[in-house]
Design a protein around this ligand. Structure first.
Ligand code: SF4
Ligand code: SF4
Ligand code: SF4
Length: 348
């Protein structure tokens, strides 16, 4: 353990934590932009700087180890002024079109500018002017809104491990792009959308089936139904319609999704989706109640079992069902119908 004092609070923290992690154990807030607990600390945005007594400069708390006896201030006038200057530099060449930007209400840059009362850069410097990359079917990339936090690059390289994007060029011309500075659809990108999920501003944005403001939506926690991994996700619901998906940072997916979980939700609202059972009557499929359908299935099973025996049956279950549903399916066929002809769609 190391003894620390942060904002006058004395406490012990585990050895090996950064100042940011140690502060969080005490509920002490330090703003971050480029930081993501799952990624190697980057120290790029500097918004998390703190004052460490005796140090020659302000230290980025996300990448500075907490050491024995440190006395730290996270909100001193020097720290606050440094953060304001960082925000001014960031928005100096930022489009600031919050009025129409779909990230508004869920944008860390916007929130920090509000918190630190920053409206403009005031340096009268150059502006970025990149074309917007609209080539991916699921998301857009607007390099003009990018603040170069590197979260997308690191999630793509460290967690998704596709290596599709990286920083290109240097200095003022630095931007995120795919190999050869081409468009996303001309790269090895697999459209998982994990870079979109971590972007703290409106640079990487999902293409929205319909416009929504973040404060219009309700989040509904659910389990992805595409495969057996069981990724946790929040459905973004507006007026009872799913308009987006966000991964949840917990087991088993720890804030990641694949392309299906992240972007494959439009079937949920599709008008062709079956909403009731259908029973074929005189060659035509007609809507039926669940009771009617279940009774018909049960009577057909009984008749067929009498006629052909239990081995005439087979059950194929699904990776898109829960463990419990799969368990019940095999139990029904083994114990009630009397056959071991049970298999699973993942082995087809
Ligand atoms: S990315 Fe954030 S700060 Fe920039 S325009 Fe959009 S909402 Fe405003
Ligand atoms: S969508 Fe996935 S694969 Fe493509 S750049 Fe982003 S993180 Fe990498
Ligand atoms: S695109 Fe978004 S996540 Fe990537 S570096 Fe720019 S601001 Fe950060």
């Amino acid at each position: 353990m190391v003894n620390l004092t942060i904002n006058g609070i004395q406490f012990q923290a585990e050895t090996g934590l950064t100042i940011l992690q140690a502060a969080r154990t005490q509920g002490i807030y330090i703003p971050t932009l480029c930081h993501d607990e799952r990624l190697v600390a980057h120290g790029a945005c500097r918004i998390c700087v703190v004052e460490v007594k005796g140090a020659r400069a302000l230290m980025p708390s996300c990448s500075t180890p907490a050491a024995e006896g440190m006395v730290i201030e996270t909100q001193s006038p020097t720290v606050v002024e440094a953060r304001k200057e960082i925000l001014r530099l960031m928005i100096e060449n930022h489009p600031l079109d919050c009025l129409t930007c779909e990230k508004s209400g869920n944008c860390t840059l916007q929130n920090l500018c509000y918190e630190y009362d920053i409206k403009e850069g005031g340096f009268n410097g150059k502006k970025k002017n990149y074309p917007i990359d609209d080539s991916n079917p699921f998301f857009t990339y607007d390099p003009n809104k990018c603040i170069l936090c590197g979260r997308c690059v690191r999630v793509d390289n460290e967690l998704q491990c596709t290596g599709a994007i990286n920083f290109i060029e240097r200095g003022f011309n630095t931007h995120v792009g795919v190999a050869g500075d081409r468009e996303f659809d001309n790269s090895v990108c697999v459209s998982c959308g994990n870079c979109v999920s971590v972007c703290p501003v409106g640079a990487l944005m999902q293409k929205q089936p319909e416009k929504f403001r973040y404060w219009d939506i309700e989040k509904v926690r659910t389990t992805c139904s595409y495969c057996g991994v069981g990724c946790q996700m929040d459905l973004l619901v507006k007026n009872n319609k799913v308009v987006g998906v966000e991964p949840v940072d917990m087991e088993p997916n720890n804030g990641l999704l694949c392309v299906k979980g992240k972007f494959g939700y439009k079937f949920l609202n599709h008008p062709d989706r079956l909403r009731t059972p259908l029973i074929r009557k005189d060659g035509v499929l007609k809507e039926a109640s669940w009771d009617e359908a279940m009774n018909l299935i049960a009577s057909k099973i009984k008749d067929f079992k009498k006629e052909s025996g239990p081995e005439a049956f087979g059950a194929l279950s699904s990776a898109r069902c829960t463990n419990e549903e799969n368990y019940l399916m095999q139990k029904l066929f083994r114990a009630v119908i009397g056959t071991n002809n049970v298999d699973h769609c993942a082995r087809l």
